[in-house]
Design a protein around this ligand. Structure first.
Ligand code: NDP
Length: 310
């Protein structure tokens, strides 16, 4: 029987994904029809990103699953017209990209790179950075991206702590959970990396109270989601010196408005949501594996818990 797959994402991605999905669906031995415009009542699977514009899933009466191209599903997890399984993207390329981005920014802070890269003032001021073993880094969120990042930082000998909703056991990483765990982790962390999903429970994880727990001058790296941070509280903490610097990749409003104070704050680096991208070659394999599973009655990979929102 023919499997009908609708591709609903940014139109520019279609020519990239079409040959890859065709290749891996064929390798999986599936008979399929793949397109950007299929009759809704025929569609079995939707390969989905929110910027494709699809919001109403009600007309898709035969739908078996929605397969997200994005890791973050906050824009779709609460959609009441979606009543079939929703799988999010866990992709080796995406994970590798995030690990590289976070490690780069952690090393920037750890080694004090700005001091010598941005200031070439003729003044010879040697300051030897500590070794990574003496640098406490905390990763908030120990999922696909957070765990890989924590393991890589631990392999570089950083003193790594991690925090998640449920208890974890990751070699080389001091794992904490729950409200007490967050307080314990933040009160020690010199560098905090946010890799939590955007959900009602994670909103404003960093707020005036939690920012105040951190050691004075601590640094923040946020490639997770904008609403994880209370922006007014962060700006106040930056202005008082409680927080030394923040590198922010994600924001409540994207693109970040040109008049937002983050752009001009001397202790903020803004990057335009580029920490990591879904990589088509590896992501297409994940999507096709999930379609194969669906057709063979096997459980889907990377299912979203709609109650938790991630
Ligand atoms: P996962 O779902 O695999 O991991 C989420 C982690 O957050 C889990 O460890 C989970 O805990 C933890 N968590 C969730 N809710 C809470 C809570 N209330 N309290 C404590 N911990 C919590 O997600 P990924 O690692 O794949 O991705 C993380 C996020 O990164 C995405 O949701 C997305 O927002 C962002 N992202 C950003 C990109 C960028 O370019 N800037 C690119 C890709 C993703 P537990 O393990 O116990 O469930």
């Amino acid at each position: 029987m023919t499997v009908n797959i609708l591709f609903s994402a940014r139109p520019a991605l279609w020519p990239v994904y079409e040959p890859l999905l065709t290749k891996y669906l064929t390798e999986a031995g599936l008979e399929f029809q793949l397109g950007t415009e299929l009759a809704p009542e025929q569609v079995d699977y939707i390969v989905y990103a929110p910027n494709g514009g699809l919001l109403d899933f009600a007309p898709f009466t035969q739908l078996k699953a929605v397969l997200s191209l994005w890791a973050g599903v906050e824009k779709i997890a609460g959609n009441e017209t979606l009543t079939v399984p929703l799988a999010r993207m866990v992709d080796h390329g995406l994970t590798q990209g995030m690990t590289e981005w976070v490690v780069g920014h952690v090393l920037r802070y750890h080694l004090g790179m700005d001091r010598h890269i941005t200031v070439q003032d003729g003044v010879w001021t040697p300051e030897i950075p500590p070794l990574a073993t003496e640098r406490k880094v905390c990763i908030l969120g120990l999922g696909a991206l957070g765990e890989a990042t924590a393991r890589t930082l631990a392999a570089l000998n950083f003193d790594v702590m991690g925090w998640s909703r449920s208890a974890k056991d990751i070699p080389g990483v001091t794992c904490m959970h729950g409200a007490d765990g967050l307080r314990a982790a933040l009160s020690q962390a010199e560098i905090v990396v946010l890799l939590l999903p955007g959900t009602p429970a994670t909103e404003n994880t960093l707020n005036a109270e939690t920012l105040a727990l951190m050691p004075k001058g601590a640094r923040i790296i946020n490639p997770g989601r904008g609403p994880l941070i209370d922006d007014d509280a962060l700006l106040a903490a930056l202005n008082s010196g409680q927080i030394g610097h923040a590198t922010l990749d994600v924001f409540r409003i994207e693109p970040l408005p040109a008049d937002h104070p983050y752009w001009t704050h001397p202790n903020v680096t803004v990057t335009p949501h580029i920490a990591s991208e879904t990589r088509p070659e590896t992501a297409a394999q994940v999507i096709c594996e999930n379609i194969r599973r669906g057709e063979e009655g096997e459980p889907f990979l990377h299912l979203v818990d709609r109650n938790l929102g991630y």
